[in-house]
Design a protein around this ligand. Structure first.
Ligand SMILES: NC(=O)c1ccc[n+]([C@@H]2O[C@H](COP(=O)([O-])OP(=O)(O)OC[C@H]3O[C@@H](n4cnc5c(N)ncnc54)[C@H](OP(=O)(O)O)[C@@H]3O)[C@@H](O)[C@H]2O)c1
Length: 247
């Protein structure tokens, strides 16, 4: 079972995420849809919520506060079942900055990987109990193969991608679905100031691809779709050549 009828209650973890909000926009929500935006900055969450149709509320969520996630998710489910959870928190920091301040690499990994694990295991347990629901996980082309210019982010995304595939398998047959989304370079807030990579896309296009993915049956969506072919080729490049990549 997936989200083939319009979801009536949705949680966006990373409630100010451009991609997460673009997914909500692409879903064409009705005025009765309940949307929970979960994030760190109350004012920006409220501003994002004002742009959305539906009944929007905001909750405080710090992806790095791992010990808080189970209780937070329990509170959300205590108010009713969730049809859709979009896990969109993430942090992209340049490798040179991380090399100079290794502790900040821990923040990146918690926001981009560990926090998803603790949050989504809590979600999955409750969705398994309700025997329905869909979890959208935002992986990345960066998960395919670590690049020296970006390997901490790539490692976090590879961990998240593996987690999502394992979670999908563990939920198979329970009525709960996982949709794994692998965008390429998305022109937007996270990549501001960076020159676009080949096959770049936009938050709106990712939103449309996810909405189409939710309406279908696939477990993985590449955005753009051609990126899946590029990724297969990337895996075949010999390592001495791969390590020459500048970015
Ligand atoms: N942009 C790309 O090129 C690209 C490509 C592939 C995959 N992705 C992935 O897609 C997802 C969404 O990215 P985006 O493009 O929408 O970027 P974005 O607009 O910068 O959104 C990132 C979100 O993560 C939140 N966040 C960061 N650290 C957090 C923490 N400790 N606790 C709670 N929330 C935290 C941010 O909240 P604040 O507002 O509080 O900072 C923001 O809501 C991420 O997982 C990203 O890795 C992005």
């Amino acid at each position: 079972m997936g989200t083939r009828k319009a979801p009536s209650r949705i949680l966006l973890l990373g409630g100010t995420s451009e991609i997460g909000l673009a997914i909500l926009a692409a879903l064409g929500l009705g005025p009765d849809t309940q949307v929970l935006l979960a994030g760190r900055d109350t004012d920006r969450l409220a501003a994002a919520g004002a742009e959305l149709p539906g009944k929007v509320s905001t909750i405080r969520y710090d992806a790095a506060d791992l010990a808080s996630h189970d209780e937070l998710i329990a509170d959300v489910f205590a108010d009713g079942p969730l049809d859709l959870v979009i896990s969109a928190a993430g942090l992209l920091v340049g490798q040179q900055q991380l090399d100079a301040a290794p502790a900040s690499a821990g923040d990146l990994v918690q926001a981009s990987f560990t926090g998803h694990v603790t949050s989504l295991l809590a979600v999955a347990g409750r969705m398994r109990a309700q025997a329905s629901g869909t979890i959208v996980v935002l992986s990345s082309i960066a998960a395919v193969r670590p690049r020296k210019a970006n390997f901490v982010y790539g490692a976090a995304k590879a961990g998240l991608d593996a987690f999502a595939r394992g979670l999908a398998d563990s939920l198979h047959g329970t009525g709960v679905r996982v949709l794994l989304v692998r965008p390429g370079f998305v022109i937007g807030r996270m990549t501001e100031g960076m020159p676009p990579a080949p096959l770049s896309t936009t938050p709106a296009k990712v939103g449309q691809a996810v909405a189409a993915g939710l309406a279908g049956h696939r477990g993985v969506v590449w955005v753009p779709a051609a990126l899946g072919v590029l990724a297969a080729g990337m895996r075949l490049i010999p390592r001495p050549l791969w390590r020459q990549l500048r970015r």
